[in-house]
Design a protein around this ligand. Structure first.
Ligand SMILES: [Zn+2]
Length: 82
C-alpha cells in the first residue's frame, strides 16, 4: 500500500522510531525528529514537524547517537581500506 504523501511507510510506531534513530545516526543533518501515524494511510511516517521523539531526545542527550555515528564512520573507513 502506498501513501498519498509519498513518504516511506512503517507498520508500527516502534519500527518508525527505529528508522528515525537510524536516520539520525547515519545522517547528522537528518531533519526528521519524530514519528506520527498518518491520517491517510494509517501507517507511520517520519516527520520534521512537532516535538522531538522522547527516545531520540534521550539518545541524543546521553551521547548514544554520537557514539553510534562514530562507530559507523569507523566501520565505513575500515571497509574502504579493503
Ligand atoms: Zn501516510
Amino acid at each position: 500500500m502506498n501513501c498519498p504523501t509519498g513518504k516511506r511507510l512503517y507498520f508500527d510506531k516502534l519500527t518508525a522510531e527505529e528508522a528515525l534513530i537510524e536516520a539520525r545516526i547515519r545522517f547528522e543533518h537528518n531533519s526528521a525528529i519524530t514519528v506520527y501515524q498518518c491520517d491517510d494511510c494509517g501507517q507511520w511516517h517520519l516527520t520534521s514537524k512537532g516535538e522531538m521523539n522522547t527516545t531520540l531526545k534521550e539518545l541524543l542527550e546521553n551521547g548514544t547517537i554520537k557514539k553510534e555515528r562514530e562507530a559507523l564512520n569507523w566501520s565505513m573507513k575500515f571497509k574502504r581500506n579493503f
